[in-house]
Ligand binder design. Structure first.
Ligand SMILES: Cc1cc2nc3c(=O)[nH]c(=O)nc-3n(C[C@H](O)[C@H](O)[C@H](O)COP(=O)(O)OP(=O)(O)OC[C@H]3O[C@@H](n4cnc5c(N)ncnc54)[C@H](O)[C@@H]3O)c2cc1C
Length: 344
């Protein structure tokens, strides 16, 4: 079959790879300029920041196998970090003890984006191709329709029909966008509407010198209780990173939602103040940038691994189908590809 996959995140790439291995002709359409989706690294003049997923963990045997293969090939390495717990205002509550004996955390090297790059290797991925709609072209003699896709390129507002017709379409995008493609009227469209992803503002800060925080309490990574922040991590504590004092700071979902459309400069200074409050430092960064993840974490996911309409040959996969982690995205993509292959 000729299959279009919309989205080159972990779910889309895992699905595409399995479909290609099963002998299908697959084209992946990705609206941004690189693969990986929320598993991302931003390169800056002060060094890289993993501004989306911080690390991955593996529990399911088939994902453990995949992680072993990436580790063997040098795509990921363990991040032996002890996470701490911080009060939103330093010293106002006792910090949580560092976590020990948890599931191993893995990070891409030299950045999280290495994972998407590896997964996209050898696949036909069209970047800068934002798909805006899919149309059923014909249902030959009562059979399944074929699909035509319309794309918008970033440098123009003109819509163009992608070349070729597809026998099946996979929407490997966050739930809200998947519904646009699948259509709310269908059973799987209504199912997709049950999933919910929350936003996250990410602040990326770099300092000229090591910061004088109470390192015993902050460590290299910490969950922050209460207030604006959810998580802070020192980038250079991860393996194979450029040295330097760089921190990725994630805001709480509720705070991010409340301030989603605020002036970015305002958000930046509020999050920087929250970082100072939690770490007990006052140093000003020499680099500060923001990233707004509109759909960051799936707080409400479905109980199915994927969605698939066998009559129309359209489906969806992503973390939101089965959970909220990188592992869920990968498993969802693979499970959908397996279902498509067995649907004939
Ligand atoms: C701030 C943050 C922190 C996180 N921390 C962790 C963590 O520590 N550990 C963990 O396991 N998980 C974490 N996650 C979650 C993890 O990143 C996701 O579960 C996983 O990456 C989801 O992959 P996906 O393929 O389902 O979706 P996505 O990564 O969202 O991929 C969807 C892709 O589709 C593309 N796309 C969207 N619309 C279109 C369109 N119309 N046309 C073409 N392309 C389109 C997007 O550009 C994107 O590349 C975090 C996420 C965020 C944002």
């Amino acid at each position: 079959m000729q299959i279009a996959v919309i989205g080159a995140g972990i779910a889309g790439l895992a699905c595409a790879r399995r479909l290609v291995d099963d002998g299908h002709a697959v084209v992946v359409f990705e609206r941004s300029t690189g693969p990986g989706g929320r598993v991302a690294t931003r390169r800056t003049e002060v060094g890289g920041f993993d501004h989306g997923a911080q690390y991955l963990t593996a529990r399911h045997p088939s994902f453990v196998e995949q992680v072993d293969a990436w580790s063997h090939d040098g795509v990921i390495e363990p991040w032996p970090v002890e996470t701490h717990g911080l009060a939103a205002i330093a010293g106002t509550a006792s910090a949580r003890a560092p976590s020990t004996g948890r599931t191993l955390r893995w990070v891409g090297v030299p950045g999280m984006s290495a994972i998407g790059r590896r997964m996209a290797d050898g696949l036909d991925v069209r970047y800068d191709a934002s798909i805006v709609r899919i149309d059923a072209v014909s249902a030959w003699q009562g059979g399944a329709p074929r699909w035509s896709l319309q794309r918008r390129d970033s440098d123009s507002d003109v819509l163009a029909v992608t070349e070729g017709l597809f026998d099946a379409v996979v929407a490997a995008v966050p739930a809200g966008s998947a519904r646009l493609f699948i259509g709310d009227a269908s059973g799987i469209g209504r199912k997709a509407a049950e999933a919910h992803l929350e936003p996250c503002w990410a602040l990326l800060i770099g300092f000229a010198e090591p910061i004088a925080a109470d390192l015993a309490k902050v460590g290299d990574a910490a969950f922050v209780d209460g207030g604006r922040l959810a998580w802070i991590a020192r980038e250079s504590s991860k393996p194979e990173r450029r040295p330097g004092e760089r921190w990725t700071v994630h805001a709480q979902s509720a705070w991010s939602l409340e301030h989603l459309d605020d002036d970015p400069e305002d958000v930046k200074s509020k999050l920087l103040r929250a970082f100072h409050d939690a770490t007990g430092t006052a140093e000003q960064p020499v680099y500060a940038a923001l990233h707004r993840w509109r759909y960051a974490l799936a707080r409400k996911s479905l109980s199915s691994d994927f969605l698939w309409d066998d009559e129309r040959r359209v489906g969806a996969c992503g973390d939101w189908c089965r959970g909220y982690r990188v592992e869920d995205a990968w498993l969802s993509g693979v499970a959908l590809a397996t279902a498509i292959a067995s649907s004939g």
